[in-house]
Design a protein around this ligand. Structure first.
Ligand code: AHM
Ligand code: MG
Length: 347
C-alpha cells in the first residue's frame, strides 16, 4: 500500500518524537560533548534509572510482601520511615556506585551525606534528593514523587560535614523530579528551560512530552494544608480568607508536594507550606525539596519565595534546614507576599 506525503509526515513526526529520549535531550541541551556535558548526561541517565526502578516497585507494591508500611524507625527529621523510603533511598545510592560520577549523596533519609569514595577523585558532583516525597500516599496507592538536585562539590570536604552545600539555590546545576502517577513522568532543567518526559514502559525509556514548559502568570488553584489555619501567621490567614471570599479560586491538595507542584506548573496557581506555630520554618526542606522546585519554577517563568525573600537566595545553615515555601505563578506568589507584607506593617 502506498503512503501519501501527509501520512508519511505524520509517522515521521511521531517517530522523531519517540526518538527524543531523555539522554538525547540532555545532550542537545548541553550542546557540547565536553567532559562536563558527558558527566551531566550520565548523571541524568542514572537518575532516570533510579526513577524506573522505583516506579516498577511502586506499581507492584500491593502485590509483594514487605514493600508497604512503616519500618518502625524514625529519620533525622523525627518522621516515621516507610519501607519504600528506604528502598528508594538505597536505589539512588546503588545506581551511583561504581559510576565515577557522584562523590556524595545527601537525602531526607540520611542524617549525614553518603560518600562513595571510589567516585570522589573523578566525580565532583553531589546529588541531593528526596527519594519518596509524599510518602503518606504510598500505602493508599496515590501519587508520590522523587525530587533531585545536582550541585558541584566545592573544596575537599575533609570533615565530611558538607559545609560547601550551605550555599544558595542559584548554585544548582540541574534539578527536577519524578512523579509516579498514572504514568511516570520526569521533569528537569539544566538551567535552560523546563522539560517533561513520560516513561514508556514498553521501551523502558523516558520520551519527551513537552519542552520549555511555561507556568501561566496566574492560575485558579491554591494548594495548602488548611488544617494548619490556626497555626499560621496573620498574613497567610488573611490571604486564605481572601481566597474564600473571591470567585475564581479552587483548592487542591494531595499531600505530595511533587503532585501538587506539577499541577501548578502545568495549569498555574500557587502552592504554600508556610511556617506554623509548631514548625516556624514550615515542613519542607530547602536543599532537596524547596530549592530544586524553585529552580524549576524560575526556569518556567514563575516565582518561589519564603514570603520574605526569593527562595533561591536562601543560604541554609544545616543540611536538613527548612524554609517556608510559596511557589507557583508569578502573580499568585506576589499576591501571597503582599498579604504577608501588609501583616508586618500592621504589627
Ligand atoms: P515527605 O517528604 O516526608 O513525604 O514530606 C513532605 C510532604 C510533601 O510532599 C507535602 O507537601 C507535605 O509533606 C504534606 O505535609 P502535611 O501533611 O503537613 O500537609
Ligand atoms: Mg518530601
Amino acid at each position: 500500500m502506498s503512503q501519501t506525503q501527509s501520512e508519511y509526515t505524520v509517522s515521521q513526526h511521531s517517530l522523531d518524537r519517540d526518538c527524543t529520549t531523555l539522554s538525547r535531550h540532555v545532550l542537545e541541551q548541553l550542546n557540547s560533548f565536553g567532559p562536563e556535558a558527558q558527566d551531566l548526561s550520565a548523571i541524568m541517565n542514572r537518575i532516570a534509572l533510579a526513577g524506573k526502578l522505583i516506579s516498577r516497585r511502586l506499581s507492584r507494591a500491593g502485590l509483594m510482601a514487605g514493600v508497604l508500611g512503616f519500618t518502625g524507625e524514625e529519620n533525622i527529621q523525627g518522621e516515621s520511615v516507610k519501607k519504600m523510603d528506604i528502598y528508594a533511598n538505597d536505589v539512588f545510592i546503588s545506581v551511583f556506585k561504581q559510576s565515577g560520577l557522584v562523590c556524595r549523596l545527601a537525602s531526607e533519609e540520611m542524617e549525614k551525606p553518603y560518600y562513595i569514595p571510589e567516585n570522589c577523585p573523578i566525580g565532583r558532583y553531589t546529588l541531593l534528593y528526596d527519594p519518596i516525597d509524599g510518602s503518606s500516599n504510598v500505602d493508599i496507592n496515590l501519587n508520590v514523587g522523587s525530587i533531585f538536585s545536582i550541585r558541584q562539590q566545592q573544596g575537599e570536604d575533609l570533615d565530611g560535614e558538607a559545609k560547601d552545600l550551605f550555599q544558595d539555590g542559584h548554585q544548582q546545576l540541574a534539578a527536577g523530579y519524578i512523579l509516579y502517577g498514572p504514568s511516570t513522568l520526569l521533569v528537569y532543567s539544566l538551567g535552560n528551560g523546563v522539560h517533561s518526559f513520560i516513561l514508556d514502559p514498553s521501551l523502558g525509556e523516558f520520551i519527551l512530552a513537552e519542552e520549555n514548559i511555561k507556568v501561566p502568570v496566574h492560575g485558579p488553584v491554591y494548594s495548602v494544608n488548611e488544617g494548619n489555619f490556626w497555626q499560621w501567621d496573620n498574613g497567610i490567614r488573611d490571604y486564605i480568607r481572601y481566597m474564600h471570599r473571591h470567585e475564581g479560586y479552587t483548592a487542591r491538595y494531595s499531600g505530595a508536594l511533587v503532585g501538587d507542584f506539577h499541577r501548578i506548573l502545568m495549569q498555574g496557581g500557587v502552592f504554600l507550606y508556610p511556617g506554623t506555630v509548631k514548625k516556624p520554618e514550615g515542613k519542607l526542606r530547602l536543599l532537596y525539596e524547596s530549592a530544586p522546585l524553585a529552580f524549576l519554577i524560575e526556569q518556567a517563568g514563575g516565582k518561589a519565595s519564603t514570603g520574605k525573600e526569593n527562595l533561591l537566595d536562601v543560604i541554609p545553615d544545616k543540611l536538613h534546614a527548612r524554609t517556608p515555601l510559596i511557589i507557583g505563578s508569578l502573580e499568585d506568589v506576589k499576591l501571597v507576599e503582599s498579604f504577608i507584607e501588609d501583616s508586618y506593617k500592621q504589627k
